[in-house]
Design a protein around this ligand. Sequence first.
Ligand code: SF4
Ligand code: SF4
Length: 472
Amino acid sequence: MYNPKSKNAEEFICHEEVLASLEYAEKNKNNLDVVNKILEKARLKKGLTHREAAVLLDCDIPEKVEEIYELAREIKQEYYGNRIVLFAPLYLSNYCVNGCVYCPYHHINKHIPRVKLTQEQIRRETEALQDMGHKRIAIEAGEDPVNNPIEYILDSIKTIYSVKHKNGSIRRVNVNIAATTVENYKKLHDAGIGTYILFQETYNKETYEKLHPTGPKHNYKYHTEAMDRAMEAGIDDVSLGVLFGLELYRYEFSALLMHAEHLEAAYGVGPHAISVPRIKKADDIDPSAFDNGIDDDTFAKITACIRIAVPYSGMIISTRESAECRERLLKLGVSQISGGSKTSVGGYFNPAPEDENSAQFDVSDRRPLDDVIKWLMELGYLPSFCTSCYRQGRTGDRFMEICKSQQIHNFCQPNAVMTLKEYLEDYASDATKAVGEKLLPSEIAKIKDSSIRTKVEENLVKICNGERDFKF
Ligand code: SF4
Ligand code: SF4
């Protein structure tokens, strides 16, 4: 029985409800009355239910599809403006006891080099990331209670936060590790993490169990209820995602939105962010074995419909996708991207070609961060290294309240300007700096509150004089 308030995975991601939603969408996808009513509600920019969003996703009336894209662009602009937040993944260890058939870190893969960074190596990786200009990272590690116990993860977070190299610092560590206990989530919370990230991979239980034949991750219920345990432990910024391509995308789309509805219904806090990864080539996996790949157009439509359905959640796209694809999705709702990423363990400090063998997936956008920053600015975006919200106590329902009332922009814009200025001073190439310096005055002018604008201008002078880390 479907119940978004329930804390039982099989009730809040109810298989029958997903199937009924897909049937409803199939029946109504080209019914103009129904589609127009849903679009009318969507124009209020307060979100849609999973059923309503499923109808829009299925709709193939060309002019309605164009309206969907237009609305996604508008919502993106109203909630997030043109700022795009940058981050990078940091792979700590690829030891893993799970058997996920789509991931090269699965324990049966014998020809991938297994690497676990020491704290000294993590320090070097952190310095390398700081030298690129990054301030926000997502740590990643396989599930392995012997090699990667929670103590290792906690030590690593401590190390990362402690490194202050030249003018650099990592100010927000997001964590992407396997589903764990409330007790361990409490430890992560106390370590000062930003967001807890866990991809569901697929919401279809039967498919999930097939794709995770061995290891603790086989347990669908434990994995799907991970965010509930994280919330219980006090982590109120959580990030969802599915690996598109494992199961039929329509199923995943509805279930993902049901998960967002569940978090909102049960805890009053929807997902802080939603990632939209697609399955990619990697060592010892064969993506053609997954018959559910999605083309670029469908991928764009999924992104637009998520943007419309949950306007208050950030959307993340990684370097799995090409520059062209990222450019398209940025317009439709993506608010955060990775840049200059290495998906191998130790790949920042030691980017030797053989290291690529330990990569979790093929990176499509291989440009250095500086190129990505320049590219964003030339496209009219404002790159941001802001990490302010959780450091200022704006998390969970407090964050959601500000975001839903479309006020977050008042924080994002000044913080983006100041952190971009830091980047231009400390890390940008001459060409990027020239583009950035030209952009800044118009972005400062967009700050509506004159007292904040004045403060930002004062802080920019201080940044030129060597001071760092201003935030609202
Ligand atoms: Fe391990 Fe995660 Fe890869 Fe699965 S997806 S094999 S849990 S690293
Ligand atoms: Fe993100 Fe908050 Fe910074 Fe805006 S102000 S970019 S929401 S951390």
